[in-house]
Design a protein around this ligand. Structure first.
Ligand code: UD1
Ligand code: CA
Length: 455
């Protein structure tokens, strides 16, 4: 297969974001913009991907440590042409595609269409027609309708400013063409920059035809320069996600009040109420209902479960037919067997909760295993931490833990055992036994309250 080099420009400062974070590291749907571009680029199976870095170079290197990319450093930002030139020595001998780290929604199909047109006699340019072309480079066409130049807004004549066909910045050509044209760039323009866009006029003079293509939607080529544009792209992206969810049969109380920062997979007849946030990989089984204002991260919620309002669930697997919340906090390592219930103001962590077991109110269950049919009374705490180490609590099938019990781990409660309310259990409890540690109730019938002195 022919070689493909993808060059992603990401050296700009992004002054208008007014941020310490380099622009391309600002997140869209929980993921830095430049990673969206890289993930799309990966879909084209490039031979190499180059990221041109400058401002915030160290932060970018760190953020992209897991990506197999080559960095090209542009120490001074002297324009888009100058930026591409920094990657030139690293390019192979096939095709080159130039992308932008701050244009995150570009679609693979639009890029593939552009690349398909490239050969020794042709280069590809992605353009977009905008009602308001302010700020964009304008596409100048000759009488035959061929694109022959790009004129930047700041260099354009009155006549050229009226052109609504704009340069998206995204272009593709052969490596050989690019290597021929780059040394010919000059900074002889209003901004004193080396414009990549000048290659269009060079193509024209070299007899290379500029083939233009348009993205299927304008949002694909929208760039981010400020927070308002960032927010607009976020909504547009979320809009695409909810459209897909609804097509798959998910009922959303309000498609505008849902955020997916990762991937959300749903079975049929899932209902999601307003204000929920899904992060990482989340799976919701058939018929699952999610109440308002829940945050669910890297978790699987099995079929016919119900998660009531304001629950926060992280790295949890719920098998199905579970009842969670309202106001439940399920922390990493929580595993609920079928029909298990975790109610309001209950926190769980690294806990296996057996079939049909209930932790209904105001409890902390951490580093624990609960068998089947266990009932944990309100206010029960597993004291899993001794100040130095974490210890385990094991509770057998059908045990009944009275309210306000402290289980001082390591400790085991046998199956069918009963713990009296208010107990502090520091020793193992035998199967079917009753354990109570609270003081006996004392009653004085001749008791009199002290009286207030009067002088
Ligand atoms: C550029 C195009 C313009 C197009 C517009 C689309 C040029 C000369 N102009 O203008 O025709 O309509 O994009 O959004 O190409 N960058 C570097 N190093 C630099 C300069 C820029 O890496 O020295 C990067 C920036 O980080 C950014 C991208 O290149 O990701 C575009 O740069 P920007 O300054 O925003 O170009 P525009 O003036 O918007
Ligand atoms: Ca720009």
């Amino acid at each position: 297969m022919e070689e493909l080099d993808i060059v992603i420009l990401a050296a700009g400062k992004g002054t208008r974001m007014r941020s310490q974070t380099p622009k391309v590291l600002h997140t869209l749907a929980g993921k830095p913009m430049v990673q969206h571009v890289l993930d799309t680029a990966t879909g084209l199976c490039p031979s190499r991907t180059h990221v041109v870095i400058g401002h915030g170079a160290d932060q970018l290197r760190e953020a992209l440590v897991d990506y197999p990319v080559k960095f090209a450093v542009q120490a001074e930002q002297k324009g888009t042409g100058h930026a591409v030139a920094q990657a030139l020595p690293q390019l192979g001998s096939g095709k080159v595609l130039v992308l932008y780290g701050d244009v995150p929604l570009i679609h693979r199909d639009s890029l593939a269409a552009l690349l398909a047109q490239v050969d020794d006699q042709h280069m590809g340019l992605l353009t977009v027609t905008l009602e308001d072309p302010a700020g964009y480079g304008r596409i100048v066409r000759n009488s035959e309708g061929e694109a022959v130049a790009i004129v930047e807004q700041k260099d354009a004549s009155q006549e050229q400013l009226a052109i609504t066909e704009c340069n998206t910045g995204i272009m593709a050509m052969t490596s050989e063409q690019l290597k021929r044209w780059m040394p010919r760039l000059s900074a002889d323009n209003t901004q004193g920059e080396y414009y990549l866009t000048d290659v269009i006029a060079m193509a024209e003079s070299d007899g290379v035809t500029v083939c233009t293509a348009q993205p299927s939607t304008a949002i694909e080529v929208e760039g981010v320069n400020n927070r308002a544009q960032m927010a607009r792209l976020e909504r547009a992206y979320q809009g695409q996600i909810v459209e897909k969810l609804m097509e798959q049969g998910v009922a959303l109380a309000d498609p505008a009040r849902l955020d997916v920062r990762g991937s959300l997979t749903c079975g049929h007849d899932v209902f999601i109420d307003v204000g929920c946030v899904f992060e990482g990989e989340v799976e919701l089984g058939e018929g699952v209902r999610i109440g308002p204002y829940c945050v669910i991260k890297n978790s699987t919620i099995g079929a016919e479960s119900s998660v009531d309002s304001h629950s926060v669930i992280d790295n949890t697997v719920a098998a199905g037919l579970n009842q969670i919340g309202p106001f439940a906090r399920l922390r990493p390592g929580t595993r609920l067997a079928v029909k298990a219930k975790v109610g309001n103001f209950v926190e769980t962590k690294n806990a296996d909760v057996g079939e049909g077991s209930k932790i209904n109110h105001l409890s902390y269950v951490g580093d624990a295993r609960l068998g089947r049919g266990v009932n944990v009374g309100a206010g029960t705490i597993t004291c899993n931490y001794d100040g130095a180490n974490k210890h385990f609590t094991d509770i057998g099938d059908n045990a009944f833990i009275g309210s306000n019990t402290a289980l001082v781990a390591p400790v085991a409660v046998g199956k069918g055992a009963t713990i009296g309310a208010g107990s502090t259990i520091a020793k193992d409890v035998t199967d079917y036994a009753l354990a109570v540690t609270r003081g006996r109730q004392l009653e004085k019938s001749d008791w009199q309250r002290p009286l207030k002195h009067h002088d």
